[in-house]
Design a protein around this ligand. Structure first.
Ligand code: PHE
Length: 447
């Protein structure tokens, strides 16, 4: 079966799809708001540190399992080890993917609202100076529910078209355009009166601010942003060809992803200080500040239309990757047709997504552990399930599977120096699991 599995067509396709999965609202919406609530510079530094010492090894582990077996997360664990309990990690990945898809679609829905507001010119009259009102008014109403459902419908259409055609084509063209626009916006922000203060906030670490919540936040953000710990990179790498160099692709995905997050930070924080916004405003931060940016930009309406359209597409390339986890599981393990699998996935996400959308309004009072449904889904998946999944995946690959499989996958059809191979394996065996374990212990207050 493995031989006639669909494969990505081109080299660019490989990197564009993994980057397409990684780059999305995680970089442009979640990174600035997490950095804003966790003190800026120190958060950024921890985040980059975690990407390097934990993120890249975990991506490699997922790639090894994915291409080594050409199966979804369940099939991969089953094929590589006789003990069936390992596959439980797969259940966690599937649950995490559904939780993320649900709250992510709400934010993607906000981008659709902003896109249409830009198209109709509404964004121009939006809230300059009365910033807090417009977003709050919108987000507490029913429109976000509608947009969440509309977004999930788009997502379903692309997922239904299958792996190669839908996903690959879209990401090849769109990601580079988004990148160019982000750079232009960065330049614009650098000329704002609050640029200095904003850049200091983002880049000057204040270590007195590092506590366990900063560590957990940065680790969770690293996992969320790289789309790891739940099987996304595993399922994508199961479509890689034998020639794809795994470590190089992992490093490339991580670098581009981090770069986009930093660009987003450079766009947002100068604006935050110029327009007197609150860096710790939480999930609404970016959506409150962006209209101000467009307001002062010549031709702002055109820029905002383009930007929100591309952000919507960047979100789609991420949500199709999370849907793929579930859909591949429903198809390959439960024997459903692709169509049924995609519909089931969409139905569940629409139900939970509606609850998340209402978390800002009608259901705001409904809290579990003091968190709204939206925040709970986000916290549980990003800060707990993904790092836990990543820890177990690296332990599995480092300690439990046949070393020949690991080496063969890392080498692929090329060569790789012995010391480098040993370094990757060392990271998988010790560094990544211990690093994640320590952050968890810090979070529990044990250390
Ligand atoms: N990495 C994506 C982003 O930054 C989100 C994502 C998380 C996608 C988990 C797939 C799986 O937007």
């Amino acid at each position: 079966m493995s031989d006639n599995r669909v494969q990505f067509g081109t080299k660019l396709g490989v990197i564009a799809t993994t980057v397409g999965s990684a780059v999305g609202l995680g970089n442009i919406w979640r990174f600035p708001y997490e950095a804003g609530t966790h003190g800026g510079g120190a958060f950024l530094l921890m985040y980059i540190f975690f990407i390097l010492v934990i993120g890249i090894p975990v991506i490699c582990a997922e790639f090894i399992m994915g291409r080594g077996t050409r199966r979804n997360i369940f099939g991969a664990f089953r094929m590589l080890h006789s003990c069936r309990q390992w596959a439980w990690i797969g259940y966690m990945g599937i649950i995490a993917s559904i939780l993320i898809l649900s709250f992510y679609s709400v934010v993607a829905g906000w981008t659709l609202e902003y896109f249409t507001q830009s198209l109709t010119g509404g964004i121009a009259s939006m809230d300059y100076g009365v910033r807090n009102q417009s977003f709050d008014e919108f987000s507490t109403g029913w429109r976000p529910v509608m947009w969440t459902l509309v977004f999930l419908a788009f997502n379903a259409v692309i997922v239904l078209r299958g792996v190669r055609k839908g996903i690959e084509k879209a990401s090849n063209i769109l990601m580079p355009i988004l990148f160019v626009i982000l750079i232009l916006f960065c330049v614009n922000s650098l000329f704002m009166p609050g640029a200095r203060e904003g850049l200091e906030f983002l880049f000057k670490p204040d270590f007195s601010k590092v506590d366990s919540s900063v560590l957990i936040g940065a680790l969770g953000q690293a996992f969320f942003s790289l789309s790891i710990g739940l099987g996304t990179m595993m399922i994508y790498s199961s479509y890689f060809s034998e020639e794809t160099p795994l470590v190089k692709s992992a490093a490339m995905t991580a670098s581009l992803d981090t770069l986009v997050a930093i660009l987003a930070g450079i766009i947002i924080f100068p604006a935050v200080f110029t327009f007197d916004a609150e860096p710790a405003a939480g999930p609404k931060l970016v959506f409150e500040v962006l209209p101000d940016i467009f307001h002062q930009l010549p031709g702002g309406v055109v820029w905002s239309t383009l930007f929100f359209f591309l952000l919507f597409l960047a979100s789609l390339t991420s949500t199709i990757s999370m849907s793929e986890i579930c859909v591949a599981f429903f198809c390959e393990q439960l024997g459903l047709s692709r169509k049924r699998a995609a519909l089931l996935n969409t139905g569940i996400a629409m139900t939970l997504g509606t609850l998340c959308a209402l978390s800002f309004g009608a259901l705001n009072g409904f809290r579990i552990f003091g968190l709204t449904i939206f925040d709970l889904f986000d916290y549980a998946s990003s800060n707990v399930m993904l790092p836990l999944g990543g820890m177990l995946i690296s332990i599995f690959v480092g300690w439990f599977i046949d070393r020949n499989v690991v080496v063969a996958q890392l080498k692929g059809t090329g060569t790789i120096p012995g010391w480098f191979l040993r370094l990757v394996i060392f990271s998988l065996k010790y560094v990544a699991p211990a690093g994640i374990g320590l952050v968890f212990l810090a979070g529990l207050g044990v250390i």
